[in-house]
Design a protein around this ligand. Structure first.
Ligand code: KIV
Ligand code: NA
Length: 259
């Protein structure tokens, strides 16, 4: 049975942890989906991990549509959510509707994610939800604001924490079905998780969120650099290097292919 936004909400009530990961192409998507990942995010982090940009800012909506289509072809069960890239939703509500509409119509994703919880973002979420587009919020460290915030942990002072809590509450009231909490103190994430009736999905936000997400390149040990809160469960850079060297050796020795 395919995962729905409603089901994600019920899992919070039942205390069942939500497992989320990012994907950027067909092959990876099939593996994650078959492994039982609940929510697959076509995160704009693919700008960095798959396209080699230094930040997430340069990626375009066309590029996100391209990757989302590839991921879509590989996913049968997981809920598919796609990031709205930088400056494809901040200009106006109309721009956000057009951009999100393309991701649903052309790429077939079920929901979109956008960063921030200021009044403009909240109004945007309200309108997207009104027309039938489920939205996942994202507060705390929002990488599209790297030039303002850096990649530092957010919400470390009491007022800053209160502000993130207020943003999360406003996003819930606007109709968001879930919220990513990125790189904030564990106690703050726990407090927000208790205050909200929609699920929180943490990344660098401690163990008390309703679910966890990682950038899959970090989990696989594929990223050239990874954030301090990421955990590599395997070192694929090493594994791939070994395989490539074995191939090179056999080609050099004329041992592959065999007769
Ligand atoms: O782009 C991304 O990978 C994300 C996750 C870190 C939540 O937004
Ligand atoms: Na993102």
């Amino acid at each position: 049975m395919a995962v729905t936004t409603q089901q994600i909400g019920q899992w919070k009530q039942q205390g069942r942890a939500i497992v989320a990961l990012t994907a950027w192409d067909f092959a990876l998507a099939t593996v994650l989906d078959e492994a039982g990942v609940d929510l697959i995010l076509i995160g704009d982090s693919l700008a960095m991990v798959a396209l080699g940009y230094n930040t997430t800012l340069p990626i375009t909506l066309d590029e996100m549509v391209h990757h989302a289509k590839a991921v879509r072809r590989g996913v049968q069960r997981a809920l598919l959510v796609c990031d709205l890239p930088f400056m494809t939703y901040q200009e106006s509500v109309q721009q956000a509707l057009q951009s999100a509409g393309r991701l649903l119509k052309e790429a077939g994703v079920q929901a979109v994610k956008l960063e921030g919880g200021n009044p403009i973002a909240v109004e945007t979420v309200t309108r997207l939800v009104q027309v039938g587009i489920p939205v996942m919020g994202h507060v705390g460290l929002t990488p599209q604001s790297v030039h303002r915030l850096g990649y530092r942990q957010q919400g470390t002072s009491l007022p800053a924490g209160e502000e993130i809590l207020a943003e999360a509450i406003a996003l819930e009231q606007a109709g968001a079905f879930a919220i990513v909490l990125e790189h904030i103190p564990s106690e703050l994430a726990q407090h927000i998780t208790q205050k909200l009736s929609i699920p929180t999905i943490g990344i660098g936000a401690g163990r008390y969120c309703d679910g966890q997400v990682l950038v899959t390149a970090d989990l696989l040990g594929l990223s050239a650099r990874q954030p301090p809160f990421a955990k590599a469960y395997v070192n694929l850079r090493e594994t791939i290097t070994g395989a490539v060297q074995a191939f090179a050796q056999e080609v050099g020795d004329r041992a592959f292919p065999e007769e």
